[in-house]
Write a protein that binds this ligand. Structure first.
Ligand code: SIB
Ligand code: ZN
Length: 430
């Protein structure tokens, strides 16, 4: 058997306790064979975890990965103006090659910061599928559709593309890639398109993922026009089911929180994006109390401006306390759970916990740093003090994607240079 042993570290268990243990991985099927001390099998490969914390790979549950190219391109604006004035015109000029290199840049960034799994809404998805397949991550990918401002034929074409992409690539990369149908949001996609997209997705057991209740500008028109809250509208459209997941959920009232809990719909909290675009503060503690499945996502790099899930967990804890006006809200354990198991559950992919028989999606965090000293509480450190750059090794599906801070599946320097060149050419075109 082809095995990998991660040895000498401390291991974060699903109940958020930490114990000294080695982890033995079956590289053939990508699962964890054993966790403990004195594992006797001779491993084909070892990773040194002395002085490190071995934790589940982080799960970035909402991203637009190729937006790394637009990092710092337009800042300091609220959502609607930012999208319409800056982002959508720039995205209209992106080529398939740009999408590819932007995705690879994002994947390098994720691997370097211990993210093994992500959910992504973008376009030119075949490029992203191929990049993910080669880079070795796990992902739920989809084509984001917008219908406002388009004639009926173009609108249906965009919806059809989302459905076809989802059908074509579900199960790609030996099952590491799953898909979702991804209408952009409840206000940028018209009612008949949303209804059809959800019906077609669910016919094939494919989830629906969309932005919802991100800003009051998005909520108010729905309430005015329909006299119902956005998530009640989404439920009528058949888009609020156990397999579906929404991004943001900032402006949700108590009834909508109850709907999310009842239907089992996942919510992806994106704290940095919500702060940067001044969208608002999501009532995360209220959602957790109601039993809603909550994960964490970075959103695109242009509204963050990085893909570091450690930053995101800290932001989630901080803004969660402010929103609840309670320093005990959204505690360290809660954010670490949300950034791992909560995200995995929300997007319907395996991972987020280190368990025998579970997938071997693992981040090894180097604790030998001034900002992680002393080791009073390692879960606290993951939530409040660690950074993506503390990650030393990253493993996904049993394969080592980064060893001793060297990314093995992508040529980091070449990807960065191609990204710089792509953006120089893009700026000339715009
Ligand atoms: N097919 C669509 C593209 C949709 S992809 C998903 C879109 O979400 C956009 N996006 C990024 N961050 C956010 C956010 O926070 N809220 C809403 N949309 C966002 C992103 O720029 C991208 O255009 C089209 O042709 O316009
Ligand atoms: Zn988004």
């Amino acid at each position: 058997m082809d095995t990998l042993r991660i040895e000498g570290g401390q291991v974060l268990r699903p109940d958020m306790t930490v114990e000294r243990a080695d982890v033995l991985v079956d590289r053939d099927d990508g699962t964890i064979l054993d966790i403990g001390t004195d594992l006797d099998a001779d491993a084909s490969e070892t990773l040194d975890a002395d002085g490190c914390l071995v934790m589940p790979g982080l799960v970035n549950a909402h991203c637009h990965v190729s937006m790394t190219l637009l990092r710092g391109y337009a800042d300091d604006k609220e959502l609607d103006a930012w999208l319409r004035e800056d982002i959508w015109p720039a995205e209209a000029a992106l080529t398939a090659d740009d999408i590819r290199v932007g995705a690879e840049l994002g994947l390098v960034e994720m691997i370097r910061s211990g993210t093994t799994t992500f959910a992504d809404m973008y376009f030119d998805v075949p490029e992203i599928v191929d990049a993910v397949e080669n880079a070795g991550l796990r992902a739920r990918l989809g084509h984001g559709s917008v219908t406002i401002g388009k004639d009926n034929d173009d609108a249906w074409d965009d919806i059809e593309e989302s459905i076809e992409i989802a059908r074509e690539f579900d199960g790609a990369a030996d099952g590491r890639i799953r898909t979702a149908v991804m209408p952009h949001s409840l206000t940028t996609v018209g009612e008949e398109y949303l209804r059809e997209a959800a019906a077609e997705a669910h016919e094939d057991d494919i989830p629906v993922h969309y932005h919802a209740n991100e800003t009051t500008d998005e909520v108010d028109p729905i309430v005015e026009e329909r006299d119902e809250r956005p998530l009640s509208y989404a439920k009528d459209l058949g888009m609020l089911t156990e397999r579906d997941f929404i991004a943001h959920g900032v402006h949700v009232d108590d009834e909508e929180i109850a709907l999310l809990a009842e239907t089992g719909t996942g919510v992806v909290h994106c704290p940095a994006s919500n702060m940067k675009l001044a969208s608002g503060m999501a009532p995360v503690q209220d959602m957790l109390d109601a039993g809603v499945t909550v994960g964490i996502g970075t959103d695109g790099a242009a509204s963050n401006n990085d893909l570091d899930m450690f930053d995101e967990m800290r932001d989630a804890a901080m803004i969660g306390k402010l929103a609840a006006d309670d320093a005990s809200a959204v505690a360290a354990e809660d954010v670490v759970r949300m950034g791992t198991a909560g995200s995995a559950e929300a997007i319907g992919l395996p991972g987020g916990a280190l368990e025998v028989g579970g997938v071997a999606d693992i981040a090894v965090v180097d604790l030998d740093a001034p900002h992680l000293t002393p080791a009073n509480d390692l879960v606290s450190h993951l939530a409040y003090a660690a950074r993506g750059s503390d990650v030393r090794h990253t493993v996904c599906d049993g394969q080592v994607l980064m060893r001793d801070r060297e990314v093995l599946t992508l040529d980091q320097a070449a990807v960065m240079q191609r990204a710089r060149d792509a953006v120089a050419a893009l700026r000339d075109r715009i």
